[in-house]
Design a protein around this ligand. Structure first.
Ligand code: FAD
Length: 430
């Protein structure tokens, strides 16, 4: 009999809750990873750097398990169908995994659990990617919080040091000993190498320690760039949150935002394509395609917006301050549906996280929880003045900024601001 440990968005061997349990409770643990066809088929760009990143992590894990006399079974396809095959090939005692809160993941896991349960096999799921998972932080009436600040207060008050301890030691002796399984090539799963590079997974303590002073300035190397590692679990949230607790409260607060948005998505899966505040679905977006293309390409004539979009296109990253500015500009200045911007970010961001991206977009559009009120419209020029006073960030991304090759503003700020306020106001008064 074997127990399977199924890796998903927890691509590390150390301090991995589900793997710790599998190794602690069962013998003959067979580690598994599935390249999920349902997800990969939707990616149009076959040089998507995130797939290469996952592939590289999987190769590393495969190699490390090989050194331990074991291996990683790597499959490609639809997870439910793969489990049907595995049930034929192996005598499975139990399947262990870490919980995932996204709508697609939940339905995938329900299907797999149902299939396994028919044969009296249990799918054991553990909390691994969050300190507090959806449902653990509720208000006095047992409901989820719609506003961040009280959520974060309760989060902090419930935190105790044992929650940040790593899961160890890992009982490696319980890995199934076997010949190595083959490692497919990236090409075999339908992808190619990308030329975008991935930020390091080492949490820079200097950056975290000074985070509250540096995080708002896009020209500085003042944020941790750990988003992609949190997304795919190549670092442990327990390890990072304990560093944050020791070094910088503002940084810890950002990790709480991450948990807040995951909680919002888990309780309100409909936000994926609807405004959190239903009245806001009445806004008559202009959705001008040419203007959208200018925004995507970084050619709006608003330097801070354009620099941000060019940074995103070139690197798969955009600084948080600038994400707020470009999202506000798209939804308010251009009155383009936040879902268009959200989808563009989803395609481009290395650190794309459904919950945070949706939360960030709905915040900027004013449609979400705890949102920016609609009558507050970011002024791109004053944002630039405050956060990139010396034009360092702008010049880096727009070398032609002072030449006549740089486009004129796509829309006048004052006019656009008033148009946004009027449009929102009349839509909401209906
Ligand atoms: P740091 O500033 O070093 O923060 C550390 C970590 O905290 C981040 O990696 C992230 O996991 C978390 N975090 C920080 N800020 C937030 C926040 N506001 N909400 C949720 N988590 C946060 N973040 C994503 O992880 N994925 C997304 O797809 C995403 N899309 C966004 C879209 C918009 C429109 C906006 C305004 C914000 C979005 N964010 C998203 C939040 C934030 O911009 C990024 O987490 C951050 O810029 C990533 O850079 P970093 O890793 O250097 O973060």
């Amino acid at each position: 009999k074997v127990s399977i440990f199924w890796f998903r968005r927890d691509l590390r061997l150390e301090d991995n809750h589900g793997l710790f349990k599998a190794l602690g409770e069962g013998e003959h643990v067979l580690p598994l990873f599935i390249f999920d066809k349902n997800i990969l088929d939707k990616l149009e760009d076959k040089t998507d750097a995130r797939v290469e990143f996952i592939y590289d992590q999987i190769s590393k894990i495969h190699g490390e398990l090989g050194k331990k006399g074991s291996s990683l079974l790597i499959k490609y396809g639809d997870p439910e169908s793969i489990y049907k095959e595995l049930l034929q090939e192996y005598d499975i005692q139990a399947v262990y995994t870490n919980r995932d809160y996204e709508p697609y993941a939940k339905s995938r896991d329900e299907k797999v659990a149902r299939l396994l349960n028919k044969q009296d096999i249990e799918l054991h799921q553990y909390k691994d990617q969050l300190i507090f998972e959806p449902g653990e932080i509720l208000n006095g009436s047992g409901e989820f919080y719609k506003v961040f600040t009280p959520f974060s207060k309760v989060w902090l008050s419930k935190l105790n040091p044992s929650m940040l301890e790593a899961f160890k030691p890992m009982h490696w002796k319980n890995l199934l000993q076997m010949e190595e399984f083959p490692l497919p090539t990236l090409k075999e799963i339908g992808f190619e190498k990308s030329d975008i590079s991935i930020p390091s997974k080492t949490a820079d303590e200097e950056i975290i320690a000074h985070y509250n002073e540096t995080r708002d300035f896009p020209a500085k190397n003042g944020t941790s760039r750990l988003g992609i590692h949190l997304r795919f679990g190549t670092i442990s949230i327990r390890q990072l949150a304990s560093k944050a607790k020791e070094l910088n409260a503002t940084y810890l607060n950002e990790l709480i935002w991450r948990e807040f948005y995951m909680m919002i998505l888990a309780f309100n899966p409909e936000v994926v394509d609807k405004a959190f505040k239903p009245a806001y679905d009445q806004i008559p977006w202009r959705n001008n395609e040419e203007e959208f293309a200018a925004w995507c390409e970084g050619k709006t004539g608003y330097p801070i917006v354009d620099a941000g979009m060019r940074e995103l296109n070139a690197t798969g990253y955009m600084h948080n301050r600038v994400r707020m500015v470009v999202a506000s500009f798209l939804t308010k200045h251009l009155l383009i549906d936040w879902r268009w911007g959200e989808a563009y970010f989803a395609e481009k961001l290395l650190d794309f996280e459904l919950a945070s991206n949706n939360g960030g977009w709905q915040w900027a559009a004013g449609t979400g929880t705890d949102a920016q009120p609609y009558f507050r419209v970011f002024n791109p020029s004053s944002q630039q003045e405050k956060f990139d006073k010396n034009w360092k960030y702008i010049k880096k991304w727009i070398p032609e900024i002072n030449s006549d090759k740089y486009p004129k503003p796509i829309v006048d700020h004052k006019f656009a601001r008033q148009r946004a306020i009027d449009t929102y106001k009349s839509a909401l008064n209906q």
